[in-house]
Design a protein around this ligand. Structure first.
Ligand code: COA
Length: 166
């Protein structure tokens, strides 16, 4: 039976930090589903379709990785996929409290699945999607933190120059 992990998030936009978690997870699990949340309290810069499309194009090299959108409760999506693992990246101790709460609630809602935490690679530990958007919108260089396709999308969306490395 295939060992499926769900990696959920808003991915607004996907960063190299997310990509790093996915690449490592793809070596551990048979199948990784990157689950892009459609219903989110966050005021996203990119639509769900755009967030899915970017993630699909960037993660396409991994044969056992699939990108899907999900609506509503993560627990329902996890159950529908028949997954036994929910994967979350931990960047810093400050992430832990929220993640612990999320893991506990999801365990209650879908007892057959467990949350697996993966520490973020050190040099990605300070990245967040909102910081990337802010830097890009102010003309800063984000090429170190996101895929060129994301740079391009940020450039178009935020109407400012996401500077390219010389
Ligand atoms: N590298 C870089 N950045 C990372 C990262 C990593 N490895 N891991 C997390 N981040 C950043 C994200 O970019 C994001 O930044 P932002 O807040 O600036 O946008 C932040 O950390 C939060 O991570 P994210 O993965 O986007 O999670 P989230 O908290 O936005 O989403 C969901 C959490 C979507 C999984 C959760 O809200 C959910 O399950 N929603 C569905 C509804 C539901 O089931 N609710 C009940 C839950 S019990």
């Amino acid at each position: 039976m295939s060992n499926i992990a769900i990696y959920p998030g808003t991915f607004d936009p996907i960063t190299n930090g997310h990509g790093d978690i996915v690449a490592r997870a793809a070596r551990i699990f048979d199948h990784v589903i990157v689950a892009v949340a459609a219903s989110t309290a966050k005021n996203t810069a990119f639509s769900t379709d755009e967030r899915v499309d970017l993630a699909q194009r960037i993660l396409g090299e991994h044969k056992n990785v699939e990108v899907r959108r999900f609506e509503g409760l993560l627990a329902h999506f996890v159950r529908d996929c028949g997954a036994k693992a929910v994967l979350r990246g931990l960047r810093a101790v400050s992430d832990f409290e929220y993640e612990f709460q999320l893991a506990g609630m999801n365990k209650r809602l879908v007892p057959e699945a467990d949350t697996i935490f993966m520490p973020t690679t050190e040099h990605y530990s300070y990245i967040s999607s909102s910081l990337i958007r802010e830097i890009a919108s102010l003309g800063g260089d984000v090429t170190e933190f996101v895929h060129p396709l994301v740079c391009e999308a940020l450039n178009e969306r935020l109407g400012k120059r996401a500077a390219h490395k010389k």
